[in-house]
Design a protein around this ligand. Structure first.
Ligand code: F6P
Length: 536
């Protein structure tokens, strides 16, 4: 087992013990400039991290650990295409997807060219569908896009599509998009039965083109298309986004309808690639470019800012601080914006599939916490669901409140109330309330307070600020991985489940109502299979 042995680590640990009894409110009283000192603005994002159990000394120690972890070099290695995903011998170039291709470093010119070509295809497809040049087999315009994909091939584009809802139908007739991920037949059935295949485009997004769920949905969708058109017509209704060109061709996707995914882009980091095609189709290529631009701005901030002024590094260190020294094992993201209600789900995969690891790059098993449990939900709904635990529970939860200051609607009263609720939650967690009455339930009605939170603001939720926000979290995750010495870009942990599901599937299919010999399955799983078979 291996521990973190940065030279400053024990000092940080002692410092945490010193700070633990501090009152955050008293730190505000003692330093009138605290709110200003512990806030930061970059790429259209404003971070108020003053309501944290930290001092200026904490920041200095965070900075020392970041440099002792060689974080600047790791950042430069990532941007320059080093194969930092060592267990898959790959680079991690999601930042290149949104960079200005002409500024790509010499060693990445080929990748930059491939990205530029892919962006041209995204632009031409989206423009052709919007202006009606792209017609279906019966000559009708495409008005429905079904995006088939799961994990990073679904969560990113779906979250962005919902977040940008106010930008729908601005320039042209709104194209409906439908995201189907699960293999559960209910979703695809309910979707297909309500739309006309002759005006529908199916996008099959799968880096491997071997993910069970996506292939099952793709086959069902293809069968549905073929009840209304012949094979030849398919090429007007199917696009694949994959790194497995051969499998896509075998499926019947026309060569010129296959857009690339590269092995140097992880699924959970891929919304900036052709996986984001439904965004360009629905909102226009310009909006998709603005999304990339926002992420690029955050990349620049991340790559160029020293730790004390580096937003992703600060969020990363705060997460590590609470997990290692305050027993926080979860982190909640609470967007006070209906459009961002699916951001927590995207961040769950981004963070937990990246940092849910316990073996380090030096092959040692960690003896410390790594990836946090990420959860959350839209505010103000959470106040009527899980905020009770945040205020009176006994679990230390890392917290990010996210709030666009300007709404995309004119119901100012609603927005004023939303803003007041968001700010009141972080304030209530800070100050708490000691009930003075001597009623028998005084303790039940008191709130301890002194509970930290971050507040992340943007002037308005736009494609740019959305891109910057997502990139902020991507880089937070990366910084934590570097400090924890783990690889955030592989995901070996998902393989076993896939293999076992294959075996169980064949057990189910092979059943011929004779003796239920489920081989070497554990008795529980065997009994569950039998129960399923007996009842269907
Ligand atoms: O969950 C495992 C995983 O490989 C994710 O990393 C990925 O985003 C998802 O499955 C889908 O994979 P693919 O894009 O290859 O279908």
């Amino acid at each position: 087992m291996a521990h973190l042995d940065y030279p400053s680590w024990l000092t940080l640990k002692d410092h945490a013990a010193n700070v633990a009894p501090f009152s955050i409110s008293k730190m505000f009283d003692d330093d009138k400039h605290r709110a200003e000192k512990f806030s930061l603005e970059a790429a259209g994002i404003y971070l108020d991290y003053s309501k944290n159990l930290i001092t200026e000394e904490s920041l200095k120690l965070f900075s020392a650990v970041c440099s002792e972890a060689n974080l600047p070099k790791s950042i430069s290695d990532m941007f320059s295409g080093e194969k930092i995903n060592v267990t898959e011998n790959r680079a991690a170039l999601h930042t290149l997807l949104r960079s200005q291709q002409e500024q790509a470093p010499p060693q990445l010119k080929a990748e930059a060219k491939a990205i530029a070509n892919a962006l041209k295809k995204i632009e031409s497809i989206s423009k052709g569908i919007q202006n009606g040049e792209w017609r279906g087999c019966s000559g009708k315009k495409i008005v429905n896009v079904i995006h088939l994909g799961i994990g990073g091939s679904n969560l990113g584009p779906f979250m962005v599509d919902e977040a940008l809802a106010p930008y729908r139908g601005k320039q042209f007739k709104d194209i409906q998009s439908h995201y189907i991920a699960n293999i559960d037949g209910h979703h695809i059935k309910q979707t297909l039965e309500k739309i006309d295949p002759t005006e529908t485009l199916i996008i099959i997004a799968s880096k491997s083109f071997s993910t069970l769920e996506t292939l099952a949905n793709a086959n069902t969708a293809k069968k549905w298309l073929l009840t209304y058109m012949d094979d030849a017509a398919l090429e007007k209704h199917v696009i694949a986004i994959t790194s497995n060109h051969e499998a896509a061709r075998e499926f019947g996707v026309a060569t010129d309808k296959i857009l690339p995914m590269w092995d140097w882009v992880g699924g959970r980091y891929s919304l900036w690639s052709a996986v984001g095609l439904p965004i360009a189709i629905r909102y226009g290529f310009e909006v998709f470019s603005q999304l990339l631009e926002g992420a690029r701005e955050m990349d620049k901030h991340f790559a160029e800012s020293k730790m004390e002024e580096n937003m992703p590094m600060i969020l990363a260190c705060l997460g590590i601080w609470y997990q290692h020294f305050f027993d926080a094992n979860s982190h909640a993201v609470i967007p006070y914006d209906h459009g961002l209600r699916f951001l927590p789900a995207h961040l769950q995969q981004l963070d937990m599939e990246s940092n849910g690891k316990s073996v380090r790059l030096d092959n040692e098993t960690v003896d410390y916490p790594t990836g946090a449990i990420i959860w959350g939900g839209e505010g103000s709904n959470g106040q009527h669901a899980f905020h009770q635990l945040l205020h009176q529970g006994n679990r230390f939860v890392g917290l990010d409140f996210i709030l666009p200051l300007k709404a995309h609607h004119d119901l100012q009263e609603h927005h004023d109330q939303l803003v007041a609720n968001c700010f009141s939650q972080s304030q209530a967690l800070l100050v708490g309330r000691e009930m003075s009455s001597n009623s028998e339930f005084t303790k039940h009605k008191s709130m301890p307070g002194n509970r930290p939170s971050n507040t992340i603001l943007m002037d308005q939720l736009t494609p740019q600020t959305l891109g910057a926000l997502v990139a902020l979290y991507e880089h937070k995750v990366f910084c934590q991985a570097v400090i924890w010495k783990i690889n955030p870009f592989d995901q070996w942990g998902v393989e076993l489940g896939k293999e076992l599901s294959e075996a169980i599937y064949h057990q189910i299919k092979a059943d011929n109502n004779t003796k239920r010999d489920h081989g070497n399955l554990d008795p529980s799983t065997s009994a569950l299979i039998s129960r399923y078979l007996d009842r269907t």
